[in-house]
Design a protein around this ligand. Structure first.
Ligand SMILES: Nc1ncnc2c1ncn2[C@@H]1O[C@H](COP(=O)(O)OP(=O)(O)OP(=O)(O)O)[C@@H](O)[C@H]1O
Ligand code: SF4
Ligand SMILES: [Mg+2]
Length: 317
């Protein structure tokens, strides 16, 4: 087990109010696995990632819970210790590659520098590794393009360069927060295949965050479904797709466009908008939108229960 998040509760203080963005979330990321975290906008996916890496904004706090990395409790580390973990073991990639690439240095300089920071190699070896990595992420003529600056590449290329740069740190866990949301569908698929390939090749784990269950199911080997700060269902893509248990997961699946519209599928639509975590509904937080809601659902909150294969938090089971 590499990463273990246990009963994580993350809050924000806004004026006099407390916002419970992540509310009792537990999951593990084992070695060499591709885990997907899916949920609508505002469900707490990014806050979960930022909590793991101690990158919360000033008004955000981990109220309780723990985060273990290789058996060490990283939620109690000081900022220097966590910086070491962040650099060497866990890397985060964001949606916008320009947040990670420095505009004033050539991409070759940035990558060679990064590689030399993370392994004991000389300049020539670091340069060779840079070229190999750029080739791997499909940058044509890497030995020439190495001398170019980020703005001389297209957005899709910058995205791939950022991945190469991140992988050059040899992380053991890569947290990718909506890495492809701004890309067109073809490039999106290329990027995810690239991540999948690198995951195998470099024997790392990936935690992929997305609001798109279709994407998550295609690439991940385990899925966490999040709703309003809680994980409501966990399981393998097979379980989640062939037997989604939580009404929210069922609705997410019915919202995935089908390639062949004639084939059809049962339509379970999500009614209404997701309320914010600032105004949490009572009981099961999904009950105002749930088509199967029962009287007890507005009174108390269901917790995750295992059925031997997957886990679900819903009074129907
Ligand atoms: N700095 C902050 N101050 C107050 N509330 C915040 C802050 N950052 C996030 N939140 C709230 O925490 C909740 C979870 O936000 P988060 O960014 O994790 O959602 P998300 O699942 O990543 O959504 P998206 O798909 O849009 O990226 C939201 O209600 C958001 O408004
Ligand atoms: S607990 Fe009730 S409201 Fe919540 S998802 Fe299950 S049936 Fe729907
Ligand atoms: Mg987010």
């Amino acid at each position: 087990m590499m990463l273990k998040v246990k009963n994580l509760k993350t809050i924000f203080k806004v004026k006099q109010k407390i916002i419970r963005a992540v509310d009792d979330v537990s999951f593990v990321v084992p070695k060499n696995r591709f885990i997907g975290l899916v949920g609508e906008s505002g469900s707490g996916k990014s806050v979960t990632a930022l909590s793991i890496l101690n990158l919360l904004p000033n008004n955000g706090y981990i109220e309780s819970g723990s985060i273990f990395w290789d058996g060490k409790n990283i939620s109690s580390m000081n900022s220097k210790e966590i910086r070491d973990v962040r650099g060497a073991d866990i890397a985060l990639i964001f949606q916008n590659p320009l947040d990670s690439l420095n505009p004033v240095f050539t991409i070759g300089d940035q990558m060679i520098e990064t590689i030399r920071l993370h392994s004991k190699v000389d300049k020539k070896q670091a340069r060779d590794q840079t070229i190999a990595l750029l080739k791997k992420v499909n940058i044509p003529d890497p030995d020439i393009r190495l001398h170019d600056y980020p703005h001389q590449f297209s957005m899709g290329m910058c995205q791939r360069i950022m991945i190469a740069l991140t992988v050059s740190m040899k992380p053991r866990l890569l947290i990718a927060d909506e890495p492809t949301a701004s890309l067109d569908v073809t490039i999106q698929a290329q990027m995810l295949r690239l991540l999948e390939q690198l995951q195998h090749e470099y024997q790392m784990s990936i935690l992929l965050i997305s609001h798109d269950l279709g994407i998550i199911a295609q690439y991940c080997d385990y899925i966490l479904v999040m709703y309003l700060g809680r994980i409501v269902e966990k399981g393998s893509p097979e379980d989640i797709f062939s037997k989604p248990l939580h009404p929210y997961t069922q609705a997410l699946i019915s919202a995935i466009p089908v390639p062949d519209p004639k084939k059809g599928k049962p339509e379970i639509l999500l009614t209404g908008d997701m309320p914010g975590v600032a105004n949490l509904p009572s009981g099961c937080r999904f009950h105002p939108r749930c088509l199967k809601s029962m009287p007890e659902c507005s009174k108390s909150e269901p917790i995750l229960k295992s059925n031997g294969r997957s886990e679900v938090a819903c009074f129907l089971y």
